[in-house]
Write a protein that binds this ligand. Sequence first.
Ligand SMILES: [Zn+2]
Ligand SMILES: [Zn+2]
Length: 356
Amino acid sequence: MRAVVYRGVNDLRVETVPVPAIGAKELLVKVAVCGVCPTDIKKIHYGTVAPPRIFGHETAGTIVKVGSRVPGLGFRLKPGDRVALHHHVPCLECHFCRHRAFAQCKTYKRTGITAGFEPAGGGFAEYVRVMDFVLPGVVKIPARNTFEEGAMLEPVNTVLKAVKRLNLLRGDTVLVAGQGPIGLMFTKILQLHGMKVVATDLLESRLKLAKRFGAKKAVLAAQLSTIDDPLDGAVIAVPSDAAVKQALERVRGAGQVLLFAHTKRALTPSGLCPLDLASVCLDEKDLIGSYSSDFTIQDEVAKLVFSRKLDVRRLITHRFPLDRTAAAVQMAANPRPDSLKIIVSEGVPAIEKASV
Ligand SMILES: [Zn+2]
Ligand SMILES: [Zn+2]
């Protein structure tokens, strides 16, 4: 089969590799769609993991083979089923799982989907092997919904999980800094939960979209000072330290600032914190973070996406065939005014197709 193999920093190659063999408790899935995720881009650009690997973890496709001892999941899995996959599933029993910190669980950190080499998601290939410990993360895609919608379950889960970390009351005002695909999901989900969203971005085109996704106000990041609504919370969906500092200053006492995009470890040059820590102590503001998904909210996520209350179809702007995965990654890493979620998908024209 064809697969896009990561061979080193910024080196993705289309290669022929064996279709993965599966065990008795595993599935073989033919990939239909795989989203390009910033966490994969980071690994490709910075070489934070050793090659070779096949990335891609926002995967939806069709089951083609079911191992002889695959257990039921409340429903039977059979060849021909259209499914969305999750490459990380927690054990639900360890210290971290009992604290609902699933992303810190040892089992969760293991990647359970592969197209070959060290498991890394494998979605940028024609077929993936789904291992037994991530089977609970398999979700059937309803007949009316598309593979693309299925592939969006994982990113939507990470956003809903983060929203649940915020202590908000209906009618509260929340800043969402960054209106890329993730920021827009935050905007919509917060609005669905009854919050007033103030959206910021560096691109005018995204401010218009933010309004369409339910933002009450949308301004360029540099103009946040023109908004005088008191903020009860802030979501920082861009890796900007300045945005964190500004949000911590702007939220009112007891407000929360949630970091969602600060995934690159780094200390400030002096090694000292550039934030006013008295805002945490005296003003009782919380600085919190959220990373990755929460397996236990999976049904809620599926309902949100498949009912189209959160219509993820509007977030997908560009589709690339498997052979052009490197171009898809390149575009996702360098957003344009008209680009949002980029996906790799077979059976679509090689020409990028805009739908927003
Ligand atoms: Zn992802
Ligand atoms: Zn655990």
